[in-house]
Design a protein around this ligand. Structure first.
Ligand code: FUL
Length: 480
């Protein structure tokens, strides 16, 4: 084929342009998340509801002998819970369908120790149904907590209990799905009522419950459900109930039972972990998980909740925030007011990206498809990527006019893995580069990292990245 000189140049140019814009995306750097894990991580905040006999007993760990008739909420309203939680930015709810005391909030066939034998709706109530329906109606995801430890069951500790437990799972997953998360709590204090035996029963959790089978029961109905706890989790506990994930926070982890229970390692993950097990931070808005009147004055303040958010979502972990429901059957107004105000504060903090009008330059660009300005695009799927094999890269944001900043949000494109092990921030003002004084080490990023720092006035902001494997893929940077 022959082209005139002018046309040949044009064709070559167009082919070049096409090649550049279609340049291959970086190879994944394993381990990487499943699509379900990515979707789960994007939820960021969702609620726990602890409600049951403990609410009426003023206890945290009922012994298993409180009469079922004690359960008697007077103004129960699951829509009030769901609307409150929605206004507080929660994307889903996980309910304690059964806590350690063994009392079931749905009319199970497995035991009489349930809502069936309580005055609530004359024994015709089903709280799991009510909450599940309210979630569907208002667009929240629904999840369940079913305590493996059961202080009421006579068979607990023997083989018979395990099939009761499986049947309970079966009833729940087949009637109230789809579930986005299933919680296998790890607590076990040993002693309990156990059908009147009043004794201590010890089990070896790693083997007794048969967690792989339990997980399969959940997945038979809710294939996308994240599994918390047990021996085959798809997400991991953060190792404390204070609402704190370490600033260095790897999604990678180890799957042996010892590591899954090692509170120190859980807090930060493993850089060289072979499994993708992102962290969940569970914490209550009050000191206790269940409602206690004496804690009405101890609801976390908006400032404390903001800290929780920066220490969980801001540290590459999801936040599971617990709301104790009171004896009336409602989330107390003080808790809802705090949570809603906190949500607005957090939203406002990052709603206006002060970097949006910056000129962005990068030390290296893979191709035009992976251009540095992608980090200003709200679409998570668009990211800046470097060429392969580099371990250092930097981005410079030049402001149209001097700008005041005190926070930064960064996101790696984790579908291809987690890669950054440190980043350094400097700003340019009055003709010199100066280091930004951050409130914590600027190490990992992962799905989301939030950093607060001494307020700066800057003409430029520079971020230098140190990666350790794979290729740097940065999806978002927001300054505020
Ligand atoms: C713990 C339980 O013992 C607490 O009561 C609470 O349910 C918390 C979320 O998990 O292991």
């Amino acid at each position: 084929m022959r082209y005139s000189k002018g046309k040949g140049w044009l064709v070559t140019f167009l082919i070049g342009l096409l090649a550049a814009s279609c340049a291959r995306a970086p190879q994944p750097s394993y381990p990487i998340p499943t699509p379900q894990q990515i979707e789960w991580q994007q939820l960021e905040t969702y609620a726990f509801i602890h409600f049951g006999l403990n609410t009426f007993n003023n206890m945290e760990w009922g012994y298993g002998d409180t009469p079922a008739s004690t359960f008697n909420p007077t103004h129960l309203d699951c829509e009030q819970w769901v609307l409150t939680l929605k206004a507080a930015g929660m994307k889903g709810v996980i309910l304690t369908a059964k806590h350690h005391d063994g009392f079931c909030l749905w009319p199970t066939e497995t035991t009489d120790y349930s809502i069936k034998n309580s005055p609530y709706k004359n024994g015709k109530g089903d709280l799991v149904r009510e909450l599940c329906d309210a979630c569907k109606k208002h667009g929240l995801k629904f999840g369940l907590y079913l305590s493996p430890w059961d202080r009421h069951q006579a068979e607990y500790g023997r083989e018979g209990y395990v099939s009761i437990y499986y049947q309970q799972i079966q009833e729940l997953v087949s009637n109230y799905g789809p579930l986005f998360e299933f919680w296998f709590d790890g607590a076990n204090g040993g002693n309990g009522w156990y059908g009147g035996a009043n004794e201590k029963r010890s089990i070896v959790a790693e083997h007794y419950y048969g967690y792989a089978e339990a997980r399969d029961l959940v997945w038979n109905y809710s294939l996308d459900a994240m599994i918390f706890g047990g021996t085959v989790p798809t997400i991991r506990w953060i190792g404390n109930e204070d609402g704190i994930a370490d600033a260095t926070q790897w999604c990678m982890y180890k799957t042996d039972f010892q590591s899954l229970n090692d509170e120190r390692s859980l807090g930060r993950g493993f850089k060289d972990g072979k499994a993708w097990l992102p962290a969940e931070v569970d914490v209550s808005i009050r000191p206790g998980w269940f409602y206690h009147k004496s804690e009405d004055s101890l609801v976390k303040t908006v400032a404390q909740l903001e800290d929780l958010y920066f220490n969980s979502v801001g540290h590459n972990a999801n936040l599971l925030l617990n709301f104790p429901v009171n004896q009336e059957g409602r989330i107390p107004s003080i808790d809802s007011a705090r949570a809603v105000e906190w949500h607005h504060a957090v939203q406002d903090a990052f709603s206006d990206n002060l970097l949006k009008d910056c000129t962005v330059t990068a030390s290296n660009v893979r191709s035009s498809r992976f251009k540095p300005t992608n980090v200003l695009d709200e679409d998570y799927e668009k990211y800046w990527a470097t060429e392969d094999g580099l371990r250092h890269a930097e981005l410079v944001f030049e402001f149209p006019k001097t700008t005041t900043l005190s926070r930064l949000m960064l996101q790696e494109y984790v579908p291809l893995g987690q890669n950054v092990e440190a980043f350094y921030l400097d700003y340019y003002f009055n003709g010199k580069w100066l280091p930004v004084e951050t409130n914590e080490p600027t190490t990992t990023i992962g799905y989301k990292r939030l950093v607060r720092f001494q307020t700066i006035r800057a003409d430029k902001l520079r971020i230098r990245f140190k990666t350790f494997k794979g290729t740097l893929c940065l999806s978002r940077v927001v300054g505020s």
